[in-house]
Design a protein around this ligand. Structure first.
Ligand code: NAD
Length: 429
């Protein structure tokens, strides 16, 4: 993400504010993060040297509840990026009606260059630095890019050591053995799948008639590809960071997954002895994939892939934003002009944070749900909120993204108003 992404994010807020009447206080508040914490995380490297890594935790807004959002480990992590991600979390939690505000954290680091023990010291060091700013009722982190269950387990352990009490609800996305939730791994894909089903039903489109291209074949993309494949969609193309594969009459997704799992490469489909050797795939680039003539285009990898430079060439009828921030503001105007619907990230990928919320609830009640219970509750929330956003877009004649923001703003305003006027009389605002 480049600097200035927060300004782009705020432009979307300003566009939504044209359609909804909010108190000037709420408007003013929503333009700024509540707090931006910068810390220096010292790590004793395996060779004995001390290295310092910059870390951040942003609490964007907590009017609706404690802040919620992941922790990212990446060389490009910057305050601007973390603030934008925390901003999006504020709206994502409000769209899904989760009792959370928005937060996000990160460390500027290339985690692939660290040993496992260095990674553990870094993760524990980060929690040492932010322990007074997070907590089950304050701000609840989770995994994000290049952080995972194992790291969440170390972080929960470190927080519990500092506070001298076992505190599973401080962090979500933990291993099952430490209070994680069943169904978390597939939650983002399942959430997107339910949103797609609701949307296609409204368009009177049968899933069996849909041609789909998916960029990103990781946790979210591959899982969603399989769900759509099982429902009869024709998945014509998938890709990962090394490139993509295309087949006019559809890829056999379970085989693609199996081969990718075995080799870590989609390219392995071309390799000697592959079960698909006889099938004839074409290689395509990630750029070509985005411009395919399909019903659904699903960016499920990176932010900023649909820009003003390629938006004019996009032929998909509908875009489902499984990645966070794949479409820039400038691209969005071009897509709207072409009549391409974009199901926005703050709704399409919200299944993950929804099951994180379920994990937090289970930790606090000490009673754990079955996978079916998790799946059922997730479906109910995704269907309800997607229907609301689609109806609002139709009623107001606005894009789905604007409708999702408006839906979230109503809830944020409601919470703000319910808090009363205490801040008017006291020093705290
Ligand atoms: P992942 O790391 O499991 O998978 C990412 C995939 O993208 C991999 O297949 C990778 O090869 C591919 N990729 C990386 N660079 C690429 C490039 N330049 N071009 C094409 N593909 C590239 O990540 P994930 O958990 O599946 O997340 C994917 C996206 O979904 C991210 O934007 C993430 O923020 C968003 N998201 C994920 C979750 C979740 O719970 N997993 C929740 C909300 C949002």
């Amino acid at each position: 993400m480049s600097d200035g992404i927060f300004l782009d994010a705020r432009k979307r807020l300003d566009a939504a504010l044209q359609h909804v009447r909010l108190s000037p206080d709420t408007v003013e508040r929503l333009h700024y993060p509540k707090s931006v914490l910068k810390v220096s995380v010292p790590v004793r490297m395996d060779n004995g040297a001390l290295k310092i890594f910059p870390g951040y935790r942003v609490r964007y807004d907590d009017t609706r509840g404690p802040a919620k959002g992941g922790i990212r480990y990446h060389p490009n992590v910057s305050p601007d990026e973390v603030t934008s991600l925390a901003f999006w979390m504020t709206f994502k939690c409000a769209v899904l009606n989760l009792p959370f505000g928005g937060g996000k954290g990160g460390i500027t680091v290339n985690p692939k260059a660290l040993s496992r023990t260095e990674l553990e010291r870094l993760s524990r060091g980060y929690i040492d630095a932010v322990a007074d700013f997070i907590g089950p009722d304050i701000d609840i982190p989770a995994p994000d890019v290049y952080t995972n269950q194992m790291i969440m387990g170390w972080m929960m352990d470190q927080y519990s050591i500092i506070k001298r009490r076992i505190t599973p609800a401080v962090i979500t996305g933990k291993p099952l053995s430490m209070g994680g939730s069943l169904g978390r791994e597939t939650a983002t894909a399942k959430g997107a799948y339910h949103a797609i089903r609701v949307m296609m039903k409204r368009k009177n489109r049968d899933l069996k008639d849909l041609r789909v291209a998916i960029q990103g074949f990781g946790n979210a993309g591959a899982e969603l590809a399989e769900m759509l494949f099982n429902d009869g969609c024709t998945i014509v193309a998938v890709s990962d960071s090394r490139g993509g594969i295309f087949k006019q009459d559809g890829l056999h997704i379970p085989t693609v997954r199996q081969r990718k799992k075995a080799t870590q490469k989609l390219e392995a489909l071309y390799a000697d002895g592959s079960v698909l050797e006889s099938q004839d795939h074409d290689r395509i680039t990630n750029e070509e994939l985005l411009e395919l003539d399909v019903d659904l285009l699903i960016p499920a990898a990176l932010e900023g892939v649909i820009t003003e430079h390629n938006a004019g060439r996009i032929k998909a009828r509908t875009i489902i934003e499984v990645a966070n921030g794949p479409t820039t503001g400038a691209a969005e105007a071009i897509l709207a002009e072409k009549g391409i619907d974009v199901l926005p990230d703050i709704l399409a990928n919200a299944g993950g944070v929804t099951v994180s919320y379920f994990e937090w609830v289970q930790n606090r009640q000490g009673m754990y749900w079955t996978e079916e219970e998790v799946a059922q509750r997730l479906e109910q929330r995704m269907v309800t909120e997607t229907e609301c956003v689609l109806a609002l877009a139709e009623e107001k004649g606005v894009t789905l993204r604007l409708a999702a923001y408006i839906h979230a703003l109503h809830r944020l305003e409601d919470a703000s108003a319910s808090r009363g006027t205490e801040d008017y009389f006291r020093r705290r605002a």
